[in-house]
Design a protein around this ligand. Sequence first.
Ligand SMILES: CC(C)(COP(=O)(O)OP(=O)(O)OC[C@H]1O[C@@H](n2cnc3c(N)ncnc32)[C@H](O)[C@@H]1OP(=O)(O)O)[C@@H](O)C(=O)NCCC(=O)NCCS
Length: 194
Amino acid sequence: MSVFMRRARLDDVAPIMTLERATFANDAWSEQMMRAEIEGEHGYYLVAVDEDAENPDERLLGYAGLYAPAGTGDADVQTIAVAPFTRGIGLGRGLMHALITHARRMRVARVFLEVRADNPIAKALYDSLGFVEIGVRRGYYQPDGVDAIAMRLDVPEAVTRPAASDAPTARRQVPGTATTPARGIRPSSTGETA
Ligand SMILES: CC(C)(COP(=O)(O)OP(=O)(O)OC[C@H]1O[C@@H](n2cnc3c(N)ncnc32)[C@H](O)[C@@H]1OP(=O)(O)O)[C@@H](O)C(=O)NCCC(=O)NCCS
């Protein structure tokens, strides 16, 4: 498996629609909408793919999209889905991080999204990324009549290094106390490594 992310292209629309329809049974977008989103001037759509997958149906692992009109300072997460066979290994988080990174690059200050009130998994992902609830739209998702929870993220500064307190503590080896030589290094008779 070799997973990577790239901008979505129009030739991704067919597999995206297969996953879209399987994922959002009652409120899937039409193919025309998806195409317009991916081609749109302000859209930033990513796919996570495994080009080595033997089964062509397993090449698309997930997709996510951001609507980020230049100069407004705001953006919206439009959608995100990860294929059921590969959920729970960090792809959804990776896609969200990539959207937020793009928002930061576009000088976006606030990212908005809406999540179904009956979707605790997606809600937990957004909570963990720092999104906060800003309102509820009653019965927003039709035909199910499920509420939408509106959320906002104030885009944080990029963190490219862990804080000093988060860094792993270097273990200091007391000379002469090693019991197992490091793999592949044969100790010489003087105790020094070759
Ligand atoms: C929501 C979704 C995109 C998450 O993708 P994923 O790749 O499975 O998620 P990750 O492995 O990156 O996990 C990210 C976080 O999601 C939450 N999460 C993932 N699986 C979970 C589970 N089974 N139970 C509870 N929380 C879960 C956790 O907060 C997790 O963070 P943690 O691992 O640090 O606890 C995926 O479940 C999905 O496609 N769902 C259907 C479509 C959908 O609901 N889209 C959102 C529309 S608003």
